[in-house]
Design a protein around this ligand. Structure first.
Ligand SMILES: C[S@@+](CC[C@H](N)C(=O)[O-])C[C@H]1O[C@@H](n2cnc3c(N)ncnc32)[C@H](O)[C@@H]1O
Length: 322
């Protein structure tokens, strides 16, 4: 979906931006002061988050390990304006036949999200989740909330996730959040199997000693309007956000089953951005063994792989032998 940004209220957006930059576990109380603030957020920050969800869900749509039936339960946890649920329902329309739930510590945000989801997708059942057990067939979406959660809130979320059928978790691709997400994966491995981005079910290799400076992240492609629409350019400039770059960390897991899931065999998943220089591309890759490998691909040695890496992409995999 392409959209232009409606009339921005820079004062409100500035205030929101400052709050997000100040975010830290427990550092923020409910900041949704009005529907106006939510609408401004939804048209700007949330829209940019939607671009990231589009990349993650585009990958999932072609991942055989994700083939879940429609009509399940969907829970957008820490929903804000419900952008994650709306992106998910766009990517998997059969989920509109099921029950869509939202939850957020802000009642105002929940009401706003319910309205937007109803308008965009009209799911068969739509409600606010107010705690307790979730149905076993629930897919939980978590988006851009990790750095707002103090320890006890995070533990409560993890306990909830353990009841779910699947989890799709998307965060900004910063070093801190990418590494936190890798740590959370390790704690969920007893209950879940990894669908993406890892090509393995081991704890993240970047958590090994000596890898402290690296993290698992990818760059989602921005839509054309990010560079073509004057208001988006102004938004980027005023908020000091480079809209051409959408660093994203994410984790998709589903309940472990007796039979292993279907993974693309022998493929190394490329992390971050490959670094091209004359006739050579270097990059970090996540190997099916769980190890992180430093890759150096010479054009003269393997032109096809070299050119693929040079071209880049969100879901970039190359054969293991390269
Ligand atoms: C940065 S916003 C992201 C909103 C939305 N998920 C998105 O991607 O646009 C973080 C959201 O998490 C909610 N939140 C923060 N701490 C929470 C908690 N302990 N329990 C539930 N929601 C929380 C906030 O109210 C806010 O709506």
């Amino acid at each position: 979906m392409t959209r232009t940004i409606p009339q921005p209220d820079w004062q409100t957006l500035d205030a929101l931006r400052r709050r997000f930059l100040l975010a830290g576990p427990g550092g923020l109380s409910d900041y949704w002061a009005s529907d106006h603030d939510l609408a401004q957020y939804d048209a700007t920050f949330a829209e940019r988050i939607r671009w990231k969800w589009a990349a993650v869900l585009g990958e999932l749509r072609t991942n055989p390990a994700w083939a879940l039936p429609g009509g399940m339960t969907l829970l957008d946890w820490g929903c804000g304006t419900g952008v994650a649920a709306r992106a998910f329902l766009s990517a998997f329309p059969a989920m509109r036949d099921g029950h869509v739930m939202v939850s957020d510590r802000s009642s105002r945000a929940c009401e706003f999200a319910l309205g937007r989801i109803r308008d965009e997708h009209a799911p068969a059942r739509l409600s606010r989740f107010v705690g307790g057990q979730i149905p076993r067939d629930t897919v939980v979406l978590v988006s851009h909330v990790l750095d707002e959660l103090p320890g006890p809130a995070l533990q409560a979320l993890l306990a909830l996730l353990r009841q779910a059928e699947a989890v799709v978790w998307v965060e900004p691709g910063t070093q801190a959040l990418g590494r936190s997400l890798a740590g959370l994966k390790a704690t969920l491995l007893d209950r879940f199997t990894t669908v993406a981005p890892c090509p393995h079910d081991q704890p993240c290799g970047l958590l090994q000693p000596g890898r402290e400076r690296d993290w698992c992240h990818f760059f989602a492609p921005p839509p054309p309007e990010a560079s073509q629409d004057r208001r988006w350019s102004e938004f980027g400039r005023r908020m000091a956000i480079d809209l051409r770059s959408l660093p994203t960390s994410f984790l998709v897991m589903r309940r472990a089953a007796p039979s292993p899931i279907d993974r693309p065999p022998g493929q190394v998943r490329i992390l971050g951005r490959p670094r091209p220089s004359k006739g050579l591309v270097t990059c970090l890759g996540c190997d099916p063994s769980g190890a992180v490998v430093e890759m150096r691909v010479l054009r003269s040695h393997d032109r096809a792989t070299h050119d693929r890496l040079r071209e880049g992409g969100f879901c970039l995999r190359v054969p293991r032998a390269s």
